[in-house]
Design a protein around this ligand. Structure first.
Ligand code: B12
Length: 207
């Protein structure tokens, strides 16, 4: 019988080898062995997609492999996510709007952050990726959400964030804004007037 370390490794390898069957099998094994679903997701699936990001940057793999690996990761998430323990008393903690800024289609990280907010008891309004500025404003006014989360993965698209932050604050000074994604950091967040920054999904959930 497999132990926890082997199952986590199998989840990670399944993503890296874009082997959906391997990921599905390992996800079911993780549940059968009572491994914490959040651990299986972060130490297995997310570890795998991070390795894929590294291989892509080294040009050892290319776009098609990258997308197949993302598919494998989502196959595992579909099985594991329903087993993540909801935190809190079950009531809604608040409303969160989430989206990847205009021009940017990198949504894997945003989807993981979304999952953390979901599990933490927030109602998430997901605008998806490549989201025009006006959509963030409109959704905030429509839902009166307490928090808006902006994601960007490129230096060319993160520069759209300050304007979104400024316009959102202009319409509703009370709204809190959190930003994230590989090219942004705490300094940029405060420089642009955001209320928060987190480097990964684990830290975002603690907001
Ligand atoms: C996957 C990927 C793609 C996929 C995207 C698939 C998808 N549906 O997301 C595809 C193949 C489509 C793609 C296309 C392109 N990509 Co690309 N891509 C990547 C890659 C390899 C991995 C990104 C990823 O998913 N990482 C895994 C997730 C889990 O991590 P994450 O996104 O960082 O998210 C975590 C944190 O950042 C944080 N987080 C993220 N968002 C938020 C938001 C909030 C509020 C918070 C709190 C936290 C948070 O939490 C997340 C989970 O822990 C990166 C390189 C890399 N290593 O990052 C390049 C990269 C981002 N891509 C890049 C580029 C240039 C492109 C392209 C222009 C073409 C190209 N030359 O490859 C196009 C652009 C398309 C577009 N218009 O957006 C560059 C950007 C360079 C730059 N500095 O601007 C990178 C850095 C690669 C490189 N070194 O050249 N890409």
């Amino acid at each position: 019988m497999s132990n926890e370390k082997e199952i986590l490794q199998k989840l990670r390898d399944g993503v890296v080898e874009y082997d959906n069957d391997m990921v599905i099998e390992a996800s079911n094994e993780a549940l059968a062995q009572g491994i914490d679903a959040e651990k299986a997701i972060f130490d297995g699936l997310v570890a795998g997609i991070e390795e894929i990001g590294r291989l892509y940057e080294l040009e050892e793999i290319f776009v098609p492999e990258m997308l197949l690996a993302a598919d494998a990761m989502y196959a595992g998430l579909n099985i594991l996510k329903p087993h993540m323990e909801k935190k809190g008393d079950g009531g809604t903690k608040g409303h969160v709007i989430m989206g990847v800024v205009q021009g940017d289609v990198h949504d894997i990280g945003k989807n993981i952050v979304k999952m953390m907010f979901d599990v933490a008891g927030f109602e998430v309004h997901d605008l998806g990726r490549d989201v025009p500025l006006e959509d963030f404003i409109e959704e905030q006014l429509n839902t009166n959400s307490d928090l808006v989360c902006l994601s960007a993965m490129m230096t060319t698209t993160m520069v759209g964030m300050p304007e979104i932050i400024r316009k959102l604050k202009e319409k509703n000074p009370k709204v809190k804004i959190m930003i994230g994604g590989a090219p942004v950091n705490e300094n940029l967040a405060s420089q642009w007037g955001a209320d928060g920054y987190a480097k990964d999904a684990n830290n975002a959930g603690c907001y």
